[in-house]
Design a protein around this ligand. Structure first.
Ligand code: CTP
Length: 404
């Protein structure tokens, strides 16, 4: 979705300027056109040559550069932009923008653009928490700027604190989210489940499965990037929490069921990518089970079938991890659980499924249509699944004009 988007990346003079190189690189790799603007102070921290090489485009550093490909630079850059991103944003640029000062190429571009503007502040804790900066940020936020809050961590002063540039994944996730506004899932609420549930045996042990959660997270991010409000109900995984998504962390199948039921009535679609344990120990031991000579027998009971029992008007999508008779087994699950779609994958294929970044799936619908997709990155599989969901959603209710 970033492919062919034109992004102005504004870099200001803070130590985190070096991290902007990674942002420029990642955006360029996704196929975006990245026009870098560097303020005079930013040039003290990192060379424009770095960005010229990473983005493969001229870097703008001054207001009137006769050698540049842009005519009147701030105007043409502002006009071409799908989004303007300032990362890192110093207290100074934030103050200037809040005051409407236009004394450098970056401020002028921001003032001249109709594109959304995203700001990722990075500065010393005291500067960030100073009421002046807080007020300036609040002002920009009220004017529609998107602020990616800084993180807590190691700062240039050698102290730990709030003010460190947000994680690059969060900045890029926010860019995707902003660009996805107005996408084909705008105004929809999509609930996605992910990961393998943990069913406790005792305080230190549990029963789970090999699900990494990657497919569910890819679905949640893809739905977000198409404009949806997304709730991700996730069993424990090692994946970073995605930005712009309501994340509900659960452990057991029972907890997942409760979380799904809490949000289902407001959902337009439920996509159950989680690998829910089918059995759980009848009773988890209160204390750690001690090693004995006689071995151990666990008495298990069935967990609730979340997808099979959850009620509501939303589009229900299930996954089927199968090791044999893929299509027949998946069809049977679709029928039994009353699904609109089922996404089946063959877990014996070693290039797809658990832990992998790719997946080879077959999507089956209620009419029996079988669509076998090639091996694809999970993110692309997610978009193909959502393409099918979109057409199943009821038309959004049009708002009646208010009577005068
Ligand atoms: N599922 C669920 N609740 C469960 C088990 C599974 O909601 N207790 C959901 C999964 O998230 C998935 C679909 O049902 O979307 C199919 O899961 P799968 O494990 O393939 O099927 P099961 O119904 O558990 O059947 P089996 O394990 O016998 O293949």
């Amino acid at each position: 979705m970033l492919r062919n988007k034109t992004i102005v990346l504004g870099i200001t003079g803070g130590i985190a300027a070096y991290k902007a190189a990674e942002i420029a690189s990642q955006l360029t790799q996704t196929g975006a056109n990245v026009n870098v603007i560097m303020t005079e102070e930013a040039l003290q921290f990192i060379s424009p040559v770095t960005f010229r090489a990473l983005a493969g485009r001229p870097v703008v550093t001054e207001m009137f550069d006769l050698a540049s490909e842009f005519s009147i630079e701030h105007v043409s850059l502002a006009k071409a932009a799908d989004i303007v991103v300032i990362a890192p944003a110093t207290a100074n640029i934030i103050a200037k923008l809040a005051a409407g000062i236009a004394d450098d190429i970056l401020c002028c571009t921001v003032l001249a653009t109709e594109a959304p503007v995203l700001i990722a502040p990075a500065m010393e804790t005291n500067m960030y928490t100073n009421p002046i900066t807080r007020d300036n940020l609040a002002k920009l936020k009220a004017r529609g700027f998107v602020i990616v809050d800084p993180a807590t961590g190691w700062l240039a002063s050698g102290r730990e604190g709030l003010g460190r540039l947000a994680d690059i994944n969060d900045i890029i996730g926010s860019i995707r989210q902003v660009l996805g506004r107005g996408g084909d899932l705008a105004g929809r609420h999509i609930v996605v489940t992910a990961g393998g549930s943990h069913e406790p045996i005792d305080p230190v042990r549990y029963i789970s499965n090999r699900s990494s959660g990657k497919m569910g997270y890819a679905l949640a991010e893809a739905a977000r990037d198409r404009g949806a409000k997304v709730t991700l109900i996730t069993a424990p995984t090692s994946l970073p929490e995605p930005v712009g998504i309501d994340v509900v962390k659960v452990g057991t199948a029972q907890e997942m069921r409760r979380a799904v039921e809490n949000v289902a009535s407001r959902a337009d679609a439920l996509v159950m990518a989680a690998a829910v344990a089918d059995y759980r120990p009848i009773k988890a031991a209160k204390d750690k089970i001690k090693k004995g000579k006689a071995g151990l027998t666990l008495r298990m009971e069935c967990t609730p079938d979340i997808l099979g029992t959850v009620k509501g008007k939303f589009v229900k999508v299930g996954f089927a991890a199968e090791s044999n008779n893929l299509v027949e087994n998946a069809r049977e699950k679709l029928r039994q659980k009353g699904l609109a779609l089922i996404v089946a994958n063959d877990i014996t294929a070693n290039d797809s499924g658990f832990g992998s970044d790719t997946n080879r799936v077959t999507i089956i619908d209620r009419k029996g249509k079988v669509d076998s997709l090639p091996l694809l990155p999970k993110r692309e599989v997610a978009d193909r699944v959502l393409d099918r969901v979109v057409v199943l959603l009821p038309k959004p209710r049009s708002r009646r004009p208010k009577k005068l």
